[in-house]
Design a protein around this ligand. Structure first.
Ligand code: ASP
Length: 306
């Protein structure tokens, strides 16, 4: 038996005290708090890491302050296209969805893919159809698209340049946990990047890139420039450095993020181990993040200097 631990993120990026309004930052902190509460309630009662990460991510998906579920960024055509993944470190079972548009909580659909199909990754209209068949709650475009996202989308289209929003404030959400039995799990959910097109899919639903869990090493959830996280296989790379390379947790994370940076990417990760250790790290000015554990310690932070 170990003490349980829970760590969550709400995205990394250009987060500065002078660009984030006090309302935005207070709203995000309240959302992170609520997410921790949801996950901690499960872990504190002896529940599984898998249930805890799903519950923690669902709260952030429903919170418009983050780029996942309600409040997800809009693609070039003005619609949401949501990606999510969940993975269980006990047996490395995993489920993921990419490009879903009508499922209210993509992380729960990812869990249904894991639990009720022989598949790992479903995409697009087929994934939403599977959600309806499974009774996974659906939502209309007006649930997902908040006024702020509509404004950002109009601004991006008016500029008319670039592949997608170069500012990359991110806002993807994720959770990693270790339960009292020493099992780890990870979950991540995102709307991707503002203005994305052509069915672009990032690292979030790619097991080993944005999400990974293996009891022999750790659970990882990432946020950042997804193309680079896919190329560097970030989540699996951290696990491999621990399991095969004998690295310390801190150096496994730092060396992997240094590799992302060397490729030209940026972002952050949260990592939990079966021994109950948990660490976050980011190579951006800030990352929405929070943690708690069996000792009652609780921390919620956004900027790099807190
Ligand atoms: N990693 C996500 C993606 O590339 C974006 C993010 O972390 O906000 O889709």
């Amino acid at each position: 038996m170990t003490g349980w631990s829970l760590m969550i993120h709400g995205g990394a990026g250009q987060l500065h005290r002078d660009t984030l309004s006090p309302e935005q930052s207070a709203g995000a902190r309240a959302g992170l708090d609520a997410s921790l509460d949801a996950g901690a309630a499960i872990l504190g009662e002896g529940g599984t890491a898998l249930d805890a990460v799903e519950a923690a991510v669902r709260v952030l998906e429903d919170d418009p302050h983050f780029n996942a579920g309600r409040g997800a960024v809009l693609g070039y055509e003005g619609a949401v296209s949501l990606d999510a993944a969940i993975m269980d470190g006990r047996d490395r079972s995993g489920g993921a969805v990419a490009g879903v548009a009508t499922t209210r909580n993509p992380v729960s659909l990812a869990r249904a893919v894991m639990a009720a199909t022989p598949h790992v990754l479903l995409s697009g209209a087929g994934a939403d159809q599977f959600a309806r068949e499974q009774g996974v709650p659906q939502a209309g475009a007006d649930w997902f698209a908040t006024p702020e996202r509509l404004r950002q989308h109009a601004e991006l289209r008016a500029r008319g340049d670039g592949w997608f929003d170069a500012e990359m404030k991110y806002g993807t959400v994720g959770a990693v946990a270790c339960d009292a039995a020493g099992n780890v799990a990870a979950a991540t959910s995102t709307g991707g990047v503002m203005g994305k097109r052509w069915g672009r899919i990032g690292d979030t639903p790619v097991l080993g890139a944005g999400t990974y869990a293996d009891n022999r090493a750790c659970a990882v959830s990432a946020t950042g420039s997804g193309e680079y996280f896919i190329r560097a296989c970030v989540a699996h790379e951290i696990a491999a450095r621990l399991r095969l390379g004998g690295a310390s947790l801190g150096s496994a994370i730092a060396d992997t993020l240094a590799d992302v940076r060397a490729l030209g990417g940026t972002g952050g990760v949260i990592v939990a181990t079966p021994a109950g250790a948990a660490e976050w790290a980011f190579i951006t000015p800030g990352m929405f993040r929070a943690r708690t554990d069996a000792s009652g310690h609780r921390e919620v932070a956004i900027f790099g200097d807190e």
